[in-house]
Design a protein around this ligand. Structure first.
Ligand code: AMP
Ligand code: ZN
Ligand code: FE
Ligand code: FE
Length: 321
């Protein structure tokens, strides 16, 4: 099934003149009039702070030509984001970011062009969302045991979405006066192995890739430079991984170049994005990673190719899911 969202061809624009000067990305053209994309963005449908309309407005101000919405374990924001992008002449790619696991490593998989009405995807996401909500309850219980009288309803009120996460607990801790800022909340309580940290259920990466594929999406490993576990990549490629997010706010230029090399070696697509969570980390990151539009074209071509090849081996789900 094709995407239900209008695809508006991005306008050719001049590069941003202001603070978000394009990073030097290998393979980009030095043409003055270039188009750029940011393919990793979050809204308040997960742990970002911007509503879709505000995010689309900011993307337009940043002179981006195309954006993808990659909220954690949900595609609920995609309809509003698509409409908002259409209004400002931005190309929109529906997507999501799934948390998965392989060989004990947590990794994030971006699913681009997923059919946002795919029943299996929605069913599994509903399950992930319930796990997230129960995890919030467990984290609050642990905080209460530490004599932090935070009420779980305060966290759910801050989150106001079906896909809550640790940043919402951190914000509620700050709003309740229990921590002075988000960093302190993570450092004292929420980081891995801190007293209120609760492990999260994770599906296997192989299942996540298959889930994305059966929803007509392309599976891309997010920010591989944060994993520092390149040894897992060949296995993911064997399971049908389509791409690597080579360009990410937390990747240095050297790390980005490393993953460009790996992507080329494995014949994978290259993507990039800022991982903007709005104001949750202080400064909005949207547009700070500028992916040359040619990579969006390649992504679209790969997706179109997947359509025309219904017999592709990656479309079947393993029975264990
Ligand atoms: P969760 O999915 O609930 O485990 O939360 C993960 C999110 O928390 C990530 O997307 C980050 O945005 C945020 N996060 C993780 N570690 C930190 C940290 N040390 N400080 C601030 N935010 C963090
Ligand atoms: Zn996040
Ligand atoms: Fe991530
Ligand atoms: Fe993200």
């Amino acid at each position: 099934m094709s995407s239900p969202f209008p695809v508006v061809r991005g306008r050719l624009r001049s590069p941003a003149a202001s603070d978000n000067a394009p990073r030097s990305i290998p393979g980009s053209r030095s043409c003055i009039e270039m188009m750029f994309a940011d393919l990793h963005l979050h809204t308040n449908f997960s742990d970002g702070t911007y509503a879709p309309e505000e995010l689309a407005g900011r993307a337009s101000e940043t002179k981006l030509a195309a954006v993808a919405l990659t909220d954690h374990d949900t595609v609920e924001g995609c309809a509003r984001m698509a409409a908002a992008c259409a209004r400002v002449g931005l190309e929109f790619i529906p997507a999501t970011e799934l948390t998965a696991e392989v060989d004990g490593n947590e990794l994030h998989l971006l699913g681009y062009f997923v059919d946002t009405e795919n029943p299996r995807l929605l069913e599994e996401m509903g399950r992930f969302q319930r796990v997230r909500q129960n995890r919030i309850r467990e984290m609050v219980t642990r905080l209460n045991q530490l004599d932090i009288p935070l009420h779980v309803d305060a966290v759910f009120a801050v989150a106001n979405c079906r896909s809550p996460g640790r940043p919402h607990v951190a914000r509620a801790l700050v709003m309740g006066g229990f921590c002075s800022n988000l960093d302190e909340a993570f450092e004292r309580f929420l980081k891995k192995s801190r007293p209120a940290w609760v492990p999260k259920f994770k599906m296997s990466a192989l299942e996540a890739i298959a889930l994305i594929h059966q929803a007509d999406g392309l599976a891309v490993m997010a920010h591989p430079g944060l994993n520092r576990a390149d040894e897992i990549i060949p296995g993911l490629v064997g399971a049908g991984l389509d791409g690597l997010e080579c360009f990410h706010t937390k990747h240095t230029a050297t790390v980005g170049e490393h993953y460009v090399r790996l992507a080329k070696e494995f014949g994978l697509l290259l993507t990039g994005g800022s991982d903007c969570h709005g104001l949750s980390t202080g400064k909005p990151l949207i547009g700070t990673v500028k992916l040359p539009y040619e990579y969006v074209e390649r992504l679209k071509a790969a997706h179109a190719c997947r359509h025309s090849n219904a017999a592709a081996p990656n479309t079947a789900l393993p029975t264990a899911l």
